[in-house]
Design a protein around this ligand. Structure first.
Ligand SMILES: [Zn+2]
Length: 127
């Protein structure tokens, strides 16, 4: 079904498809959510002494070549993870859209040239 549509869809169809797929993917975040354990540095901290240490989540990413790291509180982890999953799905969608959009543009150009050609031919016949 996708294959059939992919051979007939117009550039507008591709744009509509992208917009409808993307509509379900907000909020979207590009980055990676990591779990880490660290020592707090306090003396005789029971958590550190037991080896359990302190657990926290951090969102890592890169923007304009600069790395960032943001601490994510435990009660926000699920929401941030959803955003990261959406970001990945959105990125995947953008990659899929490339070939479909370019093919649709080429098809439209080809059919425009064809109708121009046949219009010119029929004009020639008339005169
Ligand atoms: Zn500690």
């Amino acid at each position: 079904m996708d294959m059939i549509r992919a051979t007939t869809e117009s550039a507008c169809d591709v744009i509509r498809w992208m917009a409808s797929e993307a509509a379900a993917l907000w909020p979207a975040i590009l980055g990676s959510l990591s779990f880490r354990r660290s020592r707090c540095g306090r003396r005789n901290c029971p958590a550190c002494l037991s080896g359990a240490q302190h657990q926290s989540h951090v969102l890592y990413g890169r923007h304009n070549g600069r790395r960032f790291a943001v601490y994510v509180a435990e009660d926000l982890v699920d929401e941030v993870r959803r955003g990261v999953d959406n970001g990945r799905a959105l990125q995947d969608l953008l990659v899929q859209a490339g070939p479909r959009y370019v093919k649709a543009l080429k098809r439209e150009r080809a059919s425009a040239a064809k109708s121009k050609n046949s219009a010119a031919k029929s004009k020639n016949k008339e005169s």
